[in-house]
Design a protein. Structure first.
Length: 159
């Protein structure tokens, strides 16, 4: 038996998503609430596969519309942030190496305007510390930490 038949089949996937937030409060008491989707066994950000003919940003915007129902006119991509993570998982007997790039997006949608897809069992907007605590995977926590730091720096620079 050739040696390469002993190796598990593997594949690579590329996805894109968004760290979506909305501002609450007024003036100096404004805070960010981050959108998380409940996948049943874990909470995560809106994300999905990059389809043929689209770039990462287009895929993130499309997934934002498909997963939580936030359309292009309801969210604004915040320029200057793109964070890529890589992780591995098993699916149908194959080892999958997944690359996901995340952008940041600001929205002012209310809870009643969010319409989750069949992939999710719930959603919520959470303050930073609460969102960080809900996230299960270290890579998701790292993305939120990076996005939060980026947005804090951006806010401080505009004051």
């Amino acid at each position: 038996m050739p040696h390469d038949r002993l190796k598990p089949a593997s594949t690579t996937e590329r996805s894109a998503g968004a760290i979506v937030y909305r501002l609450t409060g007024r003036g100096a008491t404004r805070e960010r609430e981050y959108l998380l989707l409940d996948y049943g066994r874990y909470w995560d950000f809106p994300k999905g596969h990059v389809e043929a003919g689209e770039d990462d940003l287009a895929a993130a915007v499309r997934e934002l519309h498909e997963e939580p129902g936030i359309g292009p006119g309801q969210a604004r991509i915040v320029d200057g942030f793109a964070k890529e993570i890589t992780y591995f998982f098993r699916a149908r007997g194959k080892l999958v190496r997944k690359h996901v790039v995340f952008f940041t997006a600001e929205t002012d949608v209310e809870d009643r305007q969010v319409t989750i897809s069949h992939e999710h069992v719930g959603f919520g907007f959470f303050a930073y510390d609460d969102a960080l605590a809900k996230l299960k995977y270290p890579t998701a926590k790292q993305v939120l930490e990076a996005a939060h730091a980026f947005l804090n720096e951006r806010s401080a620079a505009s004051e």
